[in-house]
Design a protein around this ligand. Structure first.
Ligand code: ZN
Length: 366
C-alpha cells in the first residue's frame, strides 16, 4: 500500500486563449509578450519536476488514467454542454464560458484531467492505495454543470464522486476546498444534497465575486451541508490552522464521511498573484497532516487530494511537495527557500487575534 500520484504530461498541454493575465485582450489591454492566463502548466510541471529531483516521486505510486467516459461526465454535465465543448474542441478550440479558453483537443485533455480524479478515488476506495493525489489540469472546482468558468472546464471532483456512487463504492463524501477561491461549482452541484458535505475555505471577496457567503448553507435536503468560510485578506499560517482546528475538522467529524476529498489549490500561498493571503509551504503541510489524521480516525484513512489553482510558478512546487510529504509520510523533503522571508511577513499577534475573532464569528453563524 502506498500514496498514489496520478498525473499525465498531456494535462500540461492544455492551452489557449486571448488573455493578458485574467483580462481579455482588446481595447486598452495589450497582449503579454510571454503567456496569457495565469493558469499555465508550469506550476504543475515544476511540482512534478521538484518531486523527481528530490526523489519523492520514487516513493509514491505514479500512475496515469483513462479519460473519464461520457457516461461519467453525463452524471454531472448535460449532453448539450458536452456536445458543444467537444464540437468546438474538434474545430480548433475557443471558449464557452468565462476565462475558460481551450485549444484543439481541449475536450479530451479535460476528460483526462477528470479521469485522473476518477481513478484516484476509485483506487483509494478499492483499497488499492492508502491515499492519493491527482495532479489534474485543467482544474474543476469552479465549473457549473453547463457553464465553465475560472479556468475550469469539467467538475473533476463531482465527476469522481458520482462515478464512485454509481459503482456503489461509498455513500458519504466530504469535499474540503482550501483553494483560495470559492468552490462555487462544487457547491452548486451538491447544494440540495445531504450525502456530500462541501466546505470552502476562501478569501472573502475574491473570485467569484458573487458567491461564497457564510449564510449559503444548502437547500432542501442539503440545508446545513454546505459551509463557506470567507477569510479576510492577509490571513496566514495561524489563521488557516485555527480555522481547520476550530471549524473544519469538527464539522467533518460530525458528518462522519466514507471518503474525504480535498480541492487542493495552492493559491492561498503568500506569493500568489491571484490572491492576498499569507499561507506557506508549512501551512499546507500542517493542513494536510490534520485532514489525514481526520481521515484515519473517521474513514480508514481514505483521502484523495485533487489539484486546483495556484499560480506562483516558483512557490507552488514547494507547497505541493510539503503536501505530498505529509500525505505519504515520507521523510524526503524540499526545504522551503522562502520560509524565513514568509515567517517575517506573517500577520502580527494583533492581526492574528482579529482573524481568530473573525473565524469565531463565522463559527457562530453556522
Ligand atoms: Zn483558486
Amino acid at each position: 500500500m502506498a500514496t498514489g500520484f496520478f498525473w499525465d504530461e498531456k494535462c500540461f498541454w492544455h492551452a489557449g486563449g486571448n488573455y493578458a493575465f485574467t483580462l481579455p485582450i482588446g481595447g486598452h489591454v495589450q497582449p503579454l509578450a510571454a503567456g496569457g492566463l495565469p493558469e499555465s502548466p508550469e506550476t504543475k510541471r515544476r511540482l512534478k519536476n521538484l518531486m523527481d529531483v528530490t526523489g519523492l516521486s520514487r516513493a509514491l505510486d505514479l500512475r496515469s488514467a483513462d479519460e473519464a467516459t461520457r457516461e461519467d461526465l453525463l452524471r454531472v454535465h448535460p449532453a448539450t454542454y458536452l456536445d458543444a465543448f467537444k464540437s468546438l474542441s474538434d474545430q480548433g478550440g475557443g471558449e464557452l464560458g468565462r476565462r475558460t479558453p481551450f485549444a484543439q483537443g481541449g475536450y479530451e485533455i479535460a476528460a483526462l484531467s477528470a479521469g485522473l480524479a476518477v481513478a484516484a478515488v476509485d483506487a483509494v476506495l478499492r483499497g488499492d492505495l492508502d491515499n492519493a493525489y491527482a495532479l489534474s489540469r485543467p482544474p474543476g472546482h469552479h465549473c457549473l454543470p453547463d457553464f465553465p468558468n475560472g479556468f475550469c472546464l469539467l467538475a473533476n471532483i463531482a465527476i469522481a464522486i458520482e462515478a464512485a456512487k454509481a459503482k456503489g463504492m461509498a455513500n458519504r463524501f466530504v469535499v474540503l476546498d482550501w483553494d483560495v477561491h470559492h468552490g462555487n461549482g462544487t457547491e452548486a452541484i451538491f447544494y440540495d444534497r445531504d450525502d456530500v458535505l462541501t466546505i470552502s475555505l476562501h478569501q472573502d471577496g475574491n473570485y467569484p465575486l458573487d458567491t461564497g457567503a457564510v449564510t449559503d448553507r444548502g437547500r432542501g435536503a442539503g440545508e446545513g451541508y454546505n459551509i463557506n468560510l470567507p477569510l479576510p485578506a492577509g490571513a496566514g499560517h495561524t489563521a488557516y490552522l485555527y480555522a481547520m482546528d476550530s471549524i473544519v475538522i469538527p464539522q467533518i467529524e460530525a458528518f462522519d464521511p466514507d471518503l474525504i476529498i480535498v480541492a487542493c489549490g495552492f493559491d492561498a500561498g503568500a506569493t500568489d498573484p491571484l490572491a492576498r493571503m499569507l499561507a506557506t509551504a508549512d501551512t499546507f503541510r500542517q493542513m494536510t497532516l490534520r485532514i489525514k489524521a481526520a481521515a484515519e480516525k473517521l474513514c480508514g484513512g481514505r483521502l484523495v487530494l485533487v489539484h486546483e489553482g495556484g499560480y506562483s510558478e516558483v512557490y507552488v512546487p514547494f507547497c505541493g511537495h510539503a503536501t505530498l510529504e505529509a500525505l505519504s509520510g515520507s521523510r524526503i523533503t524540499a526545504a522551503d527557500p522562502m520560509a524565513e522571508a514568509l515567517r517575517v511577513r506573517q500577520p502580527g499577534p494583533r492581526f492574528d487575534a482579529f482573524l481568530k475573532g473573525e473565524i469565531d464569528h463565522l463559527a457562530s453563524l453556522l
